[in-house]
Design a protein around this ligand. Structure first.
Ligand SMILES: Cc1cc2nc3c(=O)[nH]c(=O)nc-3n(C[C@H](O)[C@H](O)[C@H](O)COP(=O)(O)OP(=O)(O)OC[C@H]3O[C@@H](n4cnc5c(N)ncnc54)[C@H](O)[C@@H]3O)c2cc1C
Length: 379
């Protein structure tokens, strides 16, 4: 049995970030990860400027991230489009893309340098909470007691935590992701195109684009099964030619899309962060950005608490209170975008066209949208 101040379950980007930010002399912190080793996830992540600043503060900004200097938003089969530009915000970039694998590898390296062990192949299978500690049991038999459990496992164990209730919405869509290349340089521009079947996003990454193509389960199965030429032809007619002609596609993968939010991100001796606390549709690229702000808030609460009071009610309340506004707005904003731009019954095509045209003609509204995507809720 080992005794820790902080046990982080899940070495995804959010759990690793909490551990790196909370590292300080005198606190015993360890991270437990079910995967046998580093992540091999093919996902490309768009991170905001604020997330970059946070990761840079712990020297965990991965080399080679691609800047997004503008975002072109449009809808298929309808009028209206808007262009968000970094220059208008006075920033070098609106955001950046990096790979999930590069980010988690970079964070794991920083944890090693700070003397925090990441124990791979440790799947947490039992959680018991009392006033003094969280008691954890892992698949291989390891047992750990911690003053604070940071649950960062993407949601795998949240149902084991007393008092946690879920709000779930299945969008009945899958995200098909792949790297694609076009016949002209992207110039740092990302595209978000709303179609009746769901949004399609192209994010610049290196010299290529990362494609996120939302589709019904039946349609997703069909396009996953196409040969490359047929896939590219279908994408061209679905997306149009504003990014050029699609010339190649790499390995495709798919992820189910749903909204899952919990009632409160704390329980006895426990804080929930990242996807364990809320998992969002990737339509607005908000999920990890929101999760990294969870990590920063939790680390700040740990950092301002004496070691003997870590995991106590006052520290957990400080974390809970700091997340209420940002989390509820992030969830509502993403759900609104998903419904407004995917569901014809809610906002007819002309209504979406009007919204996009208004955004384009009205710089303060455009700045407000960019601000929300860059920094989350403020104040
Ligand atoms: C297709 C797609 C595209 C996306 N694009 C973006 C984007 O552009 N921008 C953005 O901000 N967000 C994006 N997201 C969301 C983003 O991927 C998540 O918000 C982010 O991965 C959450 O990080 P996390 O560390 O909380 O959880 P996860 O990344 O889910 O990590 C959880 C970790 O816990 C481990 N684990 C699970 N169970 C256990 C257990 N029992 N014991 C120990 N360990 C366990 C897992 O192996 C995993 O390593 C996207 C998501 C999808 C699906």
């Amino acid at each position: 049995m080992s005794r820790l101040d902080v046990a982080v379950v899940g070495a995804g980007p959010v759990g690793a970030c909490v551990a790196a930010l909370a590292a300080r002399a005198g606190l015993a912190i360890e991270v437990f990860e079910a995967r046998p080793g580093p992540a091999e996830d093919a996902r490309t992540l768009a991170l905001s400027h604020a997330s970059r600043e946070l990761l840079e503060s712990i020297e965990a900004w991965p080399a080679g991230a691609t800047p997004i200097t503008s975002i072109h938003i449009s809808q298929k089969g309808g009028p209206g489009r808007t262009l968000l530009e970094a220059a208008e915000q006075g920033l070098p970039a609106l955001g950046y893309t990096t790979s999930f694998a590069a980010l988690t590898a970079c964070l794991a390296q920083r944890l090693g340098e700070r003397g925090i062990a990441v124990r791979y192949g440790e799947s947490c299978e039992g959680i018991a909470l009392d006033a003094d500690a969280a008691h954890l049991r892992f698949a291989g038999g390891r047992e750990v007691d911690a003053k604070l459990l940071v649950l960062a496992d993407g949601g795998a164990n949240a149902s084991r935590i007393p008092g946690i209730a879920f709000r779930e919405k299945d969008y009945e869509q899958l995200a098909v992701v792949a790297k694609v290349a076009t016949d002209r340089p992207h110039g740092g521009r990302a595209y978000e195109r709303f179609t009746p079947q769901g949004p399609v996003a192209l994010l610049p990454v290196g010299a290529q684009f990362a494609l996120v193509y939302t589709a019904s389960p039946v349609e997703a199965a069909r396009i996953l099964g196409l040969d490359d030429a047929a896939f590219l032809a279908g994408l061209q007619s679905h997306f149009g030619d504003r990014a050029g002609r699609f010339v190649s596609v790499a390995r495709r993968a798919s992820f189910p899309l749903r909204l899952r939010a919990i009632n409160v991100p704390v329980a006895q001796r426990t804080a929930l962060v990242g996807n364990a606390a809320q998992s969002l549709h990737p339509i607005a690229g908000q999920g990890l950005n929101l999760g990294l702000r969870d990590a920063a808030s939790l680390a700040a609460a740990i950092g301002s608490t004496p070691p003997e009071a870590v995991g106590g009610a006052a520290m957990l309340e400080a974390y809970r209170a700091s997340r209420v506004r940002d989390t509820s707005r992030g969830v509502a904003f993403t759900d609104f975008l998903t419904r407004a731009f995917s569901d014809r019954r809610r906002l007819p095509t002309w209504g979406r066209g009007l919204a996009l045209t208004a955004l384009d003609l009205f710089p303060p509204a455009r700045r407000a949208l960019a601000e929300r995507m860059i920094h989350g809720a403020r104040g």
